[in-house]
Ligand binder design. Structure first.
Ligand code: AMP
Length: 412
């Protein structure tokens, strides 16, 4: 494709079958969220930079490297939202008492200025939920169960759920201290900058994919060894509740997720068909400091493009779009105007109807009917107009019948 017509790098035009799958994914999501008692919220795509700087934590990759951050015409610092939680929690905080113990969901585009690669885009879409509530293993388990239900309804099976605990807020001080102490014997393996980075957020270090680091990480005590018994029991409860709901999870002690606001339960869902970017979704419990308020909650976000790929890899039959609706074929210019009126009438009755508004040959109009994926064509020329009839041709079995216009309209 010529560069003139390409969207920005890492961004895509979504069209054709992909739009159909996007819509199906969204429609199922609306239904499932309704059943679980979540209300939809549509927060702005642009937010004040502070919303993300304060919420996500200064050491996260998103804040350090990936935000589309700019000044607007009034010199205000603005961000194109890189994720949904911060904006939604800002909204919930604005609702005062009503925002506590609330359950909301969102869907829409997110923006991260990352190096584009397969499965990693600069504009992508997420579907997610946030539930504001005090720590409660039952709620964490129900949110994970909701996510599994969604994936099941979308036709995605064979998922893997990795789960871990980052401990309570009090534990996190001990975890950081304990890990840093355990890392001391390995100081010589790191540069000065690396040591600085590790000190800023030692938990992120556990997430590192670098082989050199992995060897050291594997020798460190688990983060659970620095946690209170209550926090360990909390995670056990979540895992047992999930088991009783027939949901299998794997405990992974090195799963930390990238953002500073998490505590207690964190999890990630992967699908092997996705290759190196195999994360379908992530979630966790958080405490977010926003303005003068602290909001406790739990939520998840799922990447719509990755769900779409997992569906395609699961051989979901996306090309088998059902034929439906009518294409009206006009023979002669008088018929075009009359058929426009007919199309309007049929659409008002809920039918999908298309037609050419330029005079075209029968062959060309039939080709258009095919592209429209019409099930039937309606043929009307001078003869049919004079006799108040229509010819209906079934494009599947090629049968043809003649009906009075009145009878045909009443049959829709
Ligand atoms: P995160 O907010 O990073 O936990 O991401 C949640 C989910 O969004 C991931 O599991 C992916 O499915 C999806 N996701 C995150 N970043 C991208 C990206 N750059 N391109 C496509 N999908 C993404």
């Amino acid at each position: 494709m010529s560069n003139d017509y390409k969207p920005l790098q890492g961004m895509s035009d979504i069209f054709g079958n992909d739009v159909h799958i996007f819509r199906e994914i969204e429609n199922i999501a609306h239904r499932v969220f309704d059943n679980y008692g979540y209300s939809e919220v549509r927060t702005p795509i642009l937010e004040k930079s502070d919303v993300f700087l304060h919420t996500l934590g200064g050491t996260s990759d998103i804040v350090q490297k990936e935000m589309y951050n700019f000044q607007d015409r009034g010199g205000r610092s603005i961000v194109l939202r890189p994720e949904g939680t911060a904006g939604v929690v800002r909204f919930l905080a604005s609702r005062g008492e009503a925002g506590l113990n609330d359950k909301v969901y969102y869907l829409g585009p997110m923006f991260r200025c990352e190096r584009p690669q397969a499965g990693r885009k600069r504009q992508f879409h997420q579907i997610g939920v946030e539930q504001t509530c005090n720590p409660n293993p039952l709620i964490d388990a129900e949110v994970i169960a909701l996510q599994c239900e969604l994936l099941h309804q979308w036709g995605i099976e064979n998922i893997r759920i990795k789960i871990n605990s980052l401990g309570s807020l009090d534990d996190q001080v001990n975890i950081r201290f304990g890990l840093l102490e355990s890392l001391e014997p390995y100081q010589n393996n790191f540069t000065k900058e690396e040591i600085e980075r590790i000190h800023k957020n030692v938990l992120r270090f556990l997430d590192s994919k670098d082989e050199k680091y992995r060897k050291i990480i594997n020798k460190l005590p688990s983060i659970q060894s620095f946690m209170s018994d209550e926090s360990k029991e909390y995670l056990e409860k979540v895992i047992n509740i999930l088991k009783s709901l027939d949901i299998e999870v794997e405990c992974n002690q090195n799963l930390v997720r990238g953002l500073d606001y998490y505590n207690h339960t964190v999890w990630e869902i992967t699908h092997d068909s996705l290759g190196s970017q195999n994360a379908l979704a992530g979630g966790g419990r958080y405490t977010i400091d926003i303005g003068k308020r602290k909001i406790d909650g739990v939520g998840f976000a799922m990447g719509v493009e990755r769900i779409l790929s997992a569906k395609q890899n699961a051989k979901y039959d996306i090309n088998d779009e059902v034929k439906q609706g009518y294409w009206i074929i006009s023979l002669g210019s008088t018929a075009i105007l009359e058929n426009m009126k007919l199309a309007r009438m049929l659409r008002n009755r809920g039918a999908k109807v298309g037609m050419d508004l330029e005079e075209k040959s029968m062959k060309s109009q039939l080709r258009r009917a095919d592209r429209f994926n019409a099930l039937k064509v309606i043929i009307r020329g001078d003869n049919e107009l004079n006799n108040d009839i229509v010819i209906i041709k079934d494009l599947d079995n090629h049968s043809q019948e003649e009906l009075t216009l009145k009878n045909f309209i009443e049959s829709i």
